[in-house]
Design a protein around this ligand. Sequence first.
Ligand code: 13P
Ligand code: SF4
Length: 312
Amino acid sequence: MEKLIKAIEQLKREKNAVILGHYYQQGEIQDIADYVGDSLALAQWAARTEADIIVMCGVHFMGETAKVLCPDKKVLVPDMAAGCSLADSCPADRFEQFIKEHPGHTVISYVNTTAAVKALTDVVVTSTNARQIVESFPKDEKIIFGPDRNLGNYINSVTGRNMLLWDGACHVHEQFSVEKLVEIKRQHPEALVLAHPECKSVVLKLADVVGSTAALLKYAVAHPEKTYIVATESGILHEMRKKCPDTTFIPAPPADSTCACNECSYMRLNTLQKLYDCLLNESPEITVDAAVAEKAVRPIKRMLEISAKLYL
Ligand code: 13P
Ligand code: SF4
């Protein structure tokens, strides 16, 4: 593995590439990445990098967002099959029809969407800035929110809005078992539950803190003396344990598995070897249709402007 890591670092220097990694990537990819972050941070870093090549160690829509923001750069993903069940739950043609059926609405889309869906959107959000962006609209604004019904329901509940929701979900976050979570809470009565807003409302009701991957990490770093049960993809535990080595983090388990962790099969397709291969071959490369990109860039930039004070 040492040899592979050195070879990746050398290729990265030779090709003036930057490696961006999401918190759900395997630990060794997070360790080699130049920047590790949530969806918002990845978009921000992509927008400001001076590298010639962006290697997006995440899933396809993250690569697309980077490509839309940086059309002149080469954007690579280690495995082109790294998709997203949430993005897949919202095909652009059906979303367009939904928008037509509900005229007069502002369209807010979660970043976990294809560029084609973003092209139909007024403003993009991530789980870090969704509440802030929804609240930036007047209380009586008619809003369509897609594709995640759980995030949409959560934002409706904390803002008192009544956004019209697309009926999509992430197969990983829908999987958490309330029964198993209650049992872990019984075994660790002192533990706090950290949950991502893509989880079902029954799970969020059991949570002490609801937030994006970055928000959950931030909370744990600010309160390292606690014990945490973490209801999101278990890759985040890598950075949590790195930042808080003396804190106990327990992954919340999925319902239909004997495995204790809940992993995103798409995120985990990327490996160090594939990262090396993609840098060497400069492939697979993300492409976005120019007409789609021209429309999709506006709602992404609008999001970056509204949330400019977050992170960078
Ligand atoms: P964040 O990294 O924005 O919290 O999103 C989680 C996720 O599911 C990414 O696919
Ligand atoms: Fe998509 Fe869910 Fe995987 Fe995130 S965890 S990339 S939302 S399938």
